[in-house]
Design a protein. Structure first.
Lengths: 478, 486
């Protein structure tokens, strides 16, 4: 039996505003519990919410970036339920009239084709607080620092067909919100997390299967594992003649499985209704145009430009535009080198990226900046060093913080381009290896590589490879 | 000093002229409050000490010059307004221990104008009631006959002003909670336009209907006090950014050419005949003052009560969710678990009427019922607003009764919520449409006061106060004081 997976994601991105969505409290992460919660966040009798305009601007930035319709009139609604970390007994969200509707993002599949993923809507809402249990035996603590932090909930169409596609889409959104500078994307701190709606159906079937919603996935790896586990679970049920129940499930990262949280019957009736404390958000064309004018070059636009301007492959362009900082770094290197975009791309994506990764550093924290990397690439371009030597130089630059030229000088790594010197080295190698020379001359062409290696060894790898090739051919020919 | 008969206007003049100090005045009122409290139960909290301190500060400021015209005038606040450092109960066991950490914007505005707070006034629990019988702190008694209700929910405010134990009081009106008790106690009440006064710090009942206002002896007093409590508040998104006029400046304007609309639906079969006669008599006075009278119809107005009893409970069911025993207010003893904490804290903390409305509101917002009740009610609300708008095309102000009958005996309607709800049949329309409304005394039936209701277009408070003031220049109903408190 062939099964098809159907996934829709609800991504929650915390907006990078300085203050909360309906109060003046700070939103900084990691403060002492309840030190960033004022009377409004605590839901005291008589207090009222006042909308933070910055959150609206950020939501509009997102909407414009996914080609969505920005609602000229959107409405905040109350989602009513009781929970200790929800001080008012309702969450202020948007329900029938969200601020952003009908957008899309393209993802690139393994075979290189593009797939368009529909985004049904994106709406503004406030986050809840946190319940704490550690170190409080028999009790629960409530930290309301996070209560009222602005979120944008991005709801996709059920267009995703595998965990891989879901990850590609989620990464795409992750890249985009950081490009737009509306979310720091920090998944460990919960700034970017998602719920996944997962169902399976027989391939070719038109109707969707019954779905389960998996809650609160806060890493790409968890999303992948949770979806794959859930798909297996559902297929197993269906193949053994059972029925999937509509329910909310929680992913347990320790056990690598999902477990039931509540069924459809137990689900809350949230009794949504328009929040009478807040006016509708009315946005005119001028306001929207003003925000559009401030949008940065978006990842897809930048990647297309890298392909056309720099002749990069789509794959390389995709990697180099994965973050705004990486793209800017790359372009800085190219500009300083004055060309050679492919060589620059190889260096940025190759050794440079590997060292960053090894030391677990952000590009902004790199030990080698764009100017220094460009200095190294320039020495390859002008034949001062070979690409191979450059790798050693780069490693030295990374550990010492010194520039390429200084290291080349100190270590005497300058490439030998003096014909006489290379010829001399060749003659010495030929003299030391008469047997191989005779074999070569009698037709064993393969021995050419042996001679290249020997000369390189003799010159400490510094002989200019192209010159060496040419001179060696001549000399060996006799 | 003639505290019993004094209006705010007269007291302000007396203070300015140095006839008495604010401390003397405050002490006199505190004595009257203490004397009347057993009979009326108008106060939940009396803040004697801080009142005298504030009065002394007002006197000191006056001695240095540069004080506003309300400096040193004592008033009291309905216990729905948060007052920093003072018990703010909203008439409920749920908040019987709640000391507010901040002042409502209205409270701060009146304090900044120099008024002295005497205490916090009794009210129906969470402003839900029309007789002041739902208060956890016991019913308030009508000063005209202490066996009678004072009306509600601002029963404490109305009774206290009627008995002249405070010169004026703040109040709130969600469906008639200022105008109906003002009528039943023979005092002047004004509910301004929705958005005129900030709701910040006013404990919410039904957010789209709640509005702060005043209960005073006269329209002139209301005009004096309304300014400092009005205006845009950046902490209330529903308050309106619009200049606040000097309401006293236009009080004496002529009523020549004023067109008064008598709303046909207000004079229905539910209106007590003697009550109606007092209203008709009052209208004749306005005609004498130069006003023209015409009949108008607001055909959807009879739908006010059912509409209100969907919208208001819906909002209250959500607004009162924060009273969960977790952060403030009543918490049950030794809860077994979270559900037990919620159920018992709320079960013990709320009274029957509040529970009834939470249940109703929860029901009308539930999946499957939302469209049939809440959405339908919102549509009817639009129709009622449109009716009023049409009426104001041909009229400046609309007149009618404030309540169907004068005050009724305590206990008479308590167990019959539907009959109780009909008390607000004439007042609810203005709340649904966000319009300003007033009630002014216009006579007595069997020794109990009757109120004339005035409803105006949005932000027509100046015109309403002007009309009420001119009427009060011709009549003395508003100056009558119950014999027991004279």
């Amino acid at each position: 039996m062939e099964w098809e997976t159907v996934i829709g994601l609800e991504i929650h991105a915390q907006l990078a505003t300085r203050s909360k969505i309906f109060s003046g409290s700070a939103t900084a992460y990691g403060a002492e519990p309840n030190t960033q919660a004022n009377l409004v966040d605590l839901g005291y009798p008589g207090v009222l919410p006042v909308l933070n305009g910055e959150a609206v601007r950020m939501a509009v930035r997102f909407g414009l970036a996914i080609g969505a319709r920005i609602a000229p009139h959107s409405v905040f609604a109350r989602k009513n339920y009781f929970y200790p970390d929800l001080p008012k007994g309702y969450q202020i969200s948007q329900y029938e009239l969200p601020i952003v509707a009908e957008g899309a993002l393209d993802i690139v599949l393994d075979d290189g084709t593009r797939k368009r993923i529909g985004i049904t809507r994106a709406h503004l809402e406030e986050d809840a607080g946190k319940s704490l249990h550690e170190g409080l035996p028999g009790q629960s603590g409530i930290d309301l620092n996070r209560a009222g932090t602005p979120l944008i909930e991005i709801v996709s169409e059920p267009d995703l067909r595998s965990a891989k596609e879901a990850i590609a889409y989620m990464k795409k959104v992750h890249t985009l919100v950081r490009y737009l500078e509306i979310c720091d994307g920090n998944m460990q701190e919960g700034s970017f997390r998602c719920d996944a709606n997962v169902s399976v159906r027989r391939r070719g079937a038109e109707k969707f299967g019954t779905r389960a919603e998996i809650k609160n996935l806060n890493s790409f790896r968890f999303v992948e594992k949770a979806i794959n586990h859930e798909v297996e679970r559902q297929i197993e049920i269906l193949e053994s003649g059972g029925k999937v129940v509509q329910e909310t499930r929680l992913y347990d990262p320790d056990k690598g499985e999902t477990r039931s949280m509540r069924s459809k019957e137990e689900a809350n009736d949230y009794r949504y209704f328009p929040d009478p404390d807040l006016l509708p958000v009315v946005l005119d064309d001028l306001f929207i145009a003003g925000i559009k004018a401030t949008l940065p070059e978006l990842p897809d636009e930048k990647a297309a430009r890298f392909v056309s301007d720099y002749g990069l492959s789509e794959y390389d362009a995709g990697v180099l535009t994965a973050s705004r900082e990486l793209g800017a770094f790359y372009e800085d290197v190219v500009r300083r080198v004055g060309g050679e975009p492919k060589l620059c791309a190889n260096w940025v994506m190759g050794d440079f990226a590997a060292f960053l990764n090894k030391d677990n550093l952000e590009i902004t924290e790199s030990r080698v900046d764009a100017a220094a990397l460009a200095g190294l690439v320039a020495r390859i371009v002008d034949s001062t060093i070979s690409g191979k030597i450059a790798k050693d130089v780069f490693e030295a630059m990374w550990s010492s913080g010194e520039g390429a030229d200084a290291i080349i000088e100190q270590k005497g790594l300058r490439q030998i381009t003096d014909t006489g010197a290379i010829e001399k080295a060749i003659e010495e190698v030929m003299a030391k290896n008469p047997g191989q020379l005779a074999d070569y001359r009698s037709g064993k062409d393969k021995l050419f590589g042996f001679f290249v290696g020997q000369v390189m060894k003799a010159t400490g790898g510094k002989a200019n490879p192209a010159q060496l090739n040419e001179l060696l051919k001549k000399k060996l020919a006799g | 000093m003639s505290a019993p008969a004094a209006t705010v206007a007269a007291l302000a003049k007396g203070l300015a002229a140095g006839e008495y100090s604010s401390v003397e005045l405050t002490r006199a009122y505190l004595e009257r409050i203490a004397a009347a409290q057993p009979a009326l139960n108008a106060f939940v909290t009396i803040t004697g000490e801080s009142a005298l301190a504030a009065a002394a500060a007002a006197d000191a400021a006056r001695a240095k010059g540069q004080v506003g015209r309300l400096a040193g005038v004592p008033i009291a606040h309905k216990d729905i307004f948060c007052t920093e450092g003072v018990l703010t109960t909203c008439g409920s066991k749920m908040l019987a221990n709640f000391v507010s950490p901040y002042d409502a914007t209205v409270v701060a505005g009146l304090r900044d104008a120099g008024t002295v707070m005497l205490g916090k006034l009794n009210m129906d629990e969470f402003a839900m009631g029309s007789s002041n019988e739902t208060s956890f702190f016991g019913p308030v008694h009508n000063p005209w006959d202490t066996k009678m209700v004072p009306g509600g929910s601002s029963g404490g405010s109305a009774a206290a002003v009627a008995a002249r134990i405070v010169p004026a009081a703040t109040a709130t009106d969600t469906g008639g909670s200022i105008r109906q008790p003002a009528a039943l106690c023979g005092v002047t009440g004004i509910k301004p336009t929705y958005g005129r006064c900030s709701r910040y710090g006013m404990i919410a009942f039904a957010s789209s209907l709640d509005q702060a206002g005043l209960i005073t002896v006269s329209a002139e007093d209301a005009a004096l006090l309304l300014g400092p409590m009005s205006g845009f508040d950046p902490r209330d998104s529903t308050s309106v950014e619009r200049a606040v006029p000097d309401y006293t400046a236009t009080l004496a304007d002529s009523l020549e050419g004023l067109t008064i609309g008598l709303v046909k639906e207000f004079f229905d079969k539910g209106l007590d005949a003697s009550n109606e006669q007092r209203i008709r008599d009052a209208i004749a006075v306005f005609e004498k003052l130069g006003a023209r009278v015409r009949e108008v119809s607001c055909p959807n107005l009879p739908l006010s009560v059912p509409t209100y009893y969907v919208v208001a409970p819906a909002e209250c069911s959500s607004n009162l969710a924060r009273f969960d025993g977790v952060r403030f207010g009543h918490r049950c003893e030794s809860p077994k678990n979270l559900l037990d904490l919620y159920c018992r804290s709320r079960g013990e903390g709320f009274g029957a009427e509040v529970k009834r409305r939470i249940m109703t509101g929860t029901y009308v917002l539930s999946a499957g019922y939302y469209d049939a009740y809440y959405l339908k009610a919102q549509r009817v609300r639009q129709l009622i607003s449109a009716d009023f708008a049409r009426a104001f095309d041909s009229c400046d102000l609309l007149f009618g009764p404030t309540s169907p009958t004068p005050a009724f005996p305590i206990g008479a309607k308590f167990d019959d919520p539907i009959t109780m709800y009909l008390n607000d049949i004439y007042t609810i329309g203005a709340n649904l449409a966000g319009l300003p409304g007033m009630s002014i005394p216009c006579g007595f039936v069997d020794g109990l006061p009757v109120g004339l209701q005035i409803v105006g277009p949005h932000f027509s408070e100046s015109r309403m106060l002007n009309a009420a003031h001119r009427y009060q220049q011709e009549t003395d109903w508003h100056l009558r004081v119950p014999a027991a408190f004279a």
